[in-house]
Design a protein around this ligand. Structure first.
Ligand SMILES: [Zn+2]
Length: 434
C-alpha cells in the first residue's frame, strides 16, 4: 500500500465494495432480462406481421393486427399501447438488423440504453455489411463508455460510413409531405400543402399561367345589356385561388387505382362537410351566421346556397333561440350530445389513452347499424387509432349505464375504463329532440 492517510475505515469500504459488486451484477442481469424482453416483443411483432399478410388491402387495415396486439400487451403490462407498438417495432429491428447488439446485451456486456443508442444511430444504414461493421465497433466502445459517450461515437461513425447526400435527405423529408387546414377569422380558412419544392413551384407556376391566360381574354366593351357577360375584375391572386379550389373540388386525379372498382373513380368522390345553420337563416329571415362542421363560421348567403344545393352536405338546422337541433342526419349526434360526451369523457376512452376528447371521434359503443342508439349512454370518445381498433379488430367495448366502458381483448382479457370523476353534471330534464 502507498503511504496515504486513511479516509474511510475498512468496514465502510467493505459495504461499498459489496454494493458496487451487486450493482454490477444487477446491471448485467437487467441487460440479460432486457434481451429476453426484446426477443419476446419481436416474437409478438412477427405474429402481427404474419396476421397482417392476410389483410392485404389498405395500409391502415394491415396495421390493425399490430394495433390489436399492442393493445393486448399494453393492457397486460399497464403500458400505453402506442408505447408498446413502438417497442414492438424497435425490438424486431434489433433482432433482425442488430444481432451482435442483441448478443452483447444478452451477455450483459452492454446495457439496454446502449443497445437503444446503437439501434437509433445505425437504423439508416441499409447495407448489412456496413451495419455489421458499425455494430461491432460501437459495441466495443459501449462496453467501456457511458451512454452519452457511446451515442456521440455512434453518430460520428454513421456520418463516416454513410455520408447523407441531399437526395437522401430529400427522400427522407419527402416522407413528411401532407395537407392541412388552418382556421382564419371572418369566415375564412387556409389550406396548406407541404411537398417537394419542385412540385410546389410547378403547381404555383401552372396556376399563375392559367390565371394570366384568363386575364388575357379580351373584356367586353360594355356588360350593361348582356346579363350573362362576365366582367372579370378579379386580381391574379383571386384567380389563382379560384382555380385551385375548382381543380381540387371537381378535378379528376391522373392516377386512379379505384377506376375499376369505384363507379366514376376518385373523381366521383365529393367533399362532405356539415353546414350548421339557424332555422331563420335557412329561411332567409335572418343573417345570423352558420358554420361548417360546427367549427368554421360562414356567411349566411353561402350557408343558404349550400343548403339549397348539393346533397353532399349534412344539414343540421338549429332552433333560432335555443340552438336546439331541429333536423339532423340521425347517425350524427347533435352538438349538444357531442358536448356532453366530450365533457364526460375528457379524453379517449381506450384504457390508458389520454388523447384529448376534442381530438376524438364520437363512437357508437353498440354499432348504429346494429341498432345502437345515438344517445349519450351509447356514445363514447375514441381517438382515431382506438376507434379503428374497435371497428377493424376483434376488440369489443360495452357501455354500462354509468358510462363505464368494458373492453374485451381478442384473447378474452377484460378491462374497464371509467369516465373521469372530476367533472360534475346536471341531468337534463328533457330528452333530446330525436
Ligand atoms: Zn385513444
Amino acid at each position: 500500500m502507498l503511504d496515504r492517510p486513511p479516509v474511510f475505515d475498512d468496514r465502510e469500504d467493505a459495504v461499498l465494495t459489496d454494493a458496487v459488486a451487486v450493482l454490477i451484477e444487477s446491471e448485467r442481469a437487467l441487460a440479460e432480462l432486457e434481451a429476453t424482453r426484446i426477443v419476446h416483443f419481436a416474437m409478438a411483432m412477427r405474429v402481427a406481421l404474419e396476421r397482417s399478410q392476410h389483410r392485404p388491402r389498405a395500409i391502415q387495415e394491415r396495421e390493425m393486427a399490430l394495433r390489436s396486439i399492442a393493445a393486448e400487451i399494453g393492457v397486460a403490462l399497464r403500458w400505453n399501447d402506442r408505447t408498446v407498438q413502438r417497442r414492438l417495432g424497435e425490438a424486431l429491428q434489433i433482432v433482425d438488423d442488430f444481432p451482435s447488439t442483441l448478443q452483447a446485451l444478452a451477455d450483459g456486456r452492454i446495457s439496454a440504453r446502449h443497445a437503444a443508442v446503437i439501434r437509433d444511430a445505425g437504423v439508416d444504414l441499409d447495407d448489412p455489411v456496413t451495419r455489421g461493421a458499425f455494430e461491432s465497433r460501437v459495441i466495443e466502445r459501449a462496453a467501456t463508455d457511458t451512454v452519452a459517450g457511446t451515442r456521440a461515437f455512434a453518430r460520428a461513425l454513421v456520418e463516416e460510413l454513410h455520408p447523407v447526400s441531399i437526395s437522401e435527405r430529400f427522400a427522407h423529408a419527402e416522407q413528411q409531405r401532407r395537407v392541412w387546414i388552418d382556421e382564419d377569422v371572418d369566415g375564412m380558412a387556409r389550406l396548406g400543402v407541404l411537398d417537394g419544392a419542385a412540385k410546389i413551384r410547378a403547381m404555383y407556376d401552372r396556376l399563375t399561367r392559367q390565371a394570366r391566360a384568363i386575364r388575357a381574354v379580351p373584356r367586353p366593351e360594355s356588360t350593361g345589356d348582356d346579363p350573362d357577360a362576365v366582367d372579370d375584375r378579379r386580381t391574379i391572386d383571386q384567380v389563382r385561388a379560384d382555380l385551385l379550389c375548382d381543380l381540387v373540388l371537381t378535378g379528376q386525379p391522373t392516377l386512379d387505382p379505384t377506376a375499376d372498382t369505384l363507379p366514376g373513380g376518385l373523381g366521383a368522390i365529393r367533399a362532405h362537410v356539415s353546414v350548421v345553420i339557424p332555422a331563420l337563416t335557412a329561411a332567409g329571415a335572418s343573417d345570423r351566421g352558420a358554420s361548417i362542421d360546427g367549427l368554421s363560421p360562414i356567411d349566411a348567403d353561402t350557408a343558404r346556397r349550400l343548403l339549397a344545393g348539393s346533397p353532399a352536405w349534412d344539414r343540421v338546422v338549429t332552433h333560432p333561440l335555443t340552438g336546439t337541433v331541429l333536423a339532423v342526419d340521425r347517425y350524427r349526434p347533435s352538438p349538444a350530445i357531442q358536448r356532453f360526451v366530450r365533457a364526460r369523457d375528457v379524453h379517449c376512452r381506450f384504457p390508458g389513452c389520454r388523447r384529448p376528447a376534442r381530438a376524438c371521434e364520437i363512437d357508437h359503443s353498440e354499432e348504429h347499424a346494429r341498432g345502437g342508439p345515438t344517445a349519450r349512454t351509447n356514445l363514447a370518445c375514441l381517438c382515431t387509432r382506438h376507434h379503428t381498433l374497435k371497428t377493424e379488430t376483434p376488440w369489443t367495448a360495452r357501455q354500462r349505464p354509468d358510462g363505464s366502458l368494458e373492453w374485451t381483448s381478442p384473447l378474452g382479457r377484460s378491462v374497464t375504463d371509467r369516465p373521469e370523476r372530476y367533472v360534475a353534471f346536471v341531468p337534463e330534464p328533457d330528452p333530446p329532440p330525436f
